[in-house]
Design a protein around this ligand. Structure first.
Ligand code: FE2
Length: 258
């Protein structure tokens, strides 16, 4: 499982606060900073999901994920723009929605959304690293994001609202009527939702790939250690049988006395 160091956790969080300070201004920035100060302790350690095979299910996964989505959203937006897309929103609006689309994963005013799973069986057999905190009122992640922003008096533009709400695309049942506006009058009148959904989906899959590669690497490391131990044991046995002077292979192989 991915484990970020304390320096990485703090570094990512500082990067997020810098991005907020560089992107927003005036009263809205003041309100955002108040919100971030209040939620800081939980936000730094929040995961982005509870299941290890989903994405960023580790301490600090939330901050890493929203930074990832914001960065990809700007790149994907440029691709759309360079290919002739009508862009009727600003980069500030795009970054606002990207940074806050998963805000509900930090929890509400009373408690965290994810807490470490105390069931060893579920962690090992189902990869459920975190579980939902059943002490807080159920809300969808998006609803809680909007509630928190509203609570701290952070105003949103129309496109920020549309973008934030629709970032999950058709994976969220409640978004269906927005994406399937088959009659002209109910169509989405901005590309911001498509750009954000692509950025979120890409970030999620890249984060999954990184986890999968890490798992593969740790499997190979474990298998190498096991083979080293087998080799050490075989050599010890042979040494004893042949009566040669014993060689401390454990020390040689693992850097410590057996
Ligand atoms: Fe997301």
């Amino acid at each position: 499982m991915t484990q970020l160091t304390q320096d990485q956790l703090v570094g990512n969080y500082q990067k997020l606060r810098r991005l907020v300070n560089d992107t927003f201004s005036g009263e809205r920035l003041e309100r955002l900073n108040e919100m971030y100060d209040t939620l800081e302790d939980r936000m730094i350690v929040a995961p982005a999901s509870g299941k290890e095979h989903y994405h960023n299910a580790f301490v600090g996964g939330y901050v890493e994920h929203v930074l990832h989505v914001a960065s990809l959203a700007l790149k994907i937006n440029k691709l759309w723009k360079d290919n002739g897309a009508h862009i009727n929103y600003t980069n500030e609006e795009l970054v606002f929605a990207a940074l806050h689309h998963d805000l509900g994963k930090v929890g509400d005013l009373e408690g965290e959304y994810y807490s470490p799973n105390d069931s060893d069986w579920h962690r090992k057999n189902q990869g459920l690293i975190f579980k939902h905190n059943d002490e807080i009122q159920y809300m969808t992640v998006t609803d809680r994001a909007i509630f928190l922003l509203n609570h701290f008096g952070v105003k949103m533009s129309k496109w920020e609202y549309i973008g934030l709400k629709l970032t999950d695309g058709m994976y969220e049942e409640a978004n269906k009527s927005y994406y399937t506006g088959y009659i002209h009058a109910t169509r989405l009148r901005s590309n911001i939702a498509y750009v954000l959904h692509q950025a979120d989906m890409m970030a999620t899959h890249l984060e999954y790939d990184k986890w999968e590669q890490g798992e593969e690497q740790s499997k190979q490391e474990v298998s190498k250690k096991v083979s080293n131990i087998k080799q050490a044991v075989n050599t010890e046995v042979e040494t004893k049988l042949t009566g040669d002077s014993p060689k401390d292979l454990f020390e040689e192989l693992f850097g410590e006395k057996k």
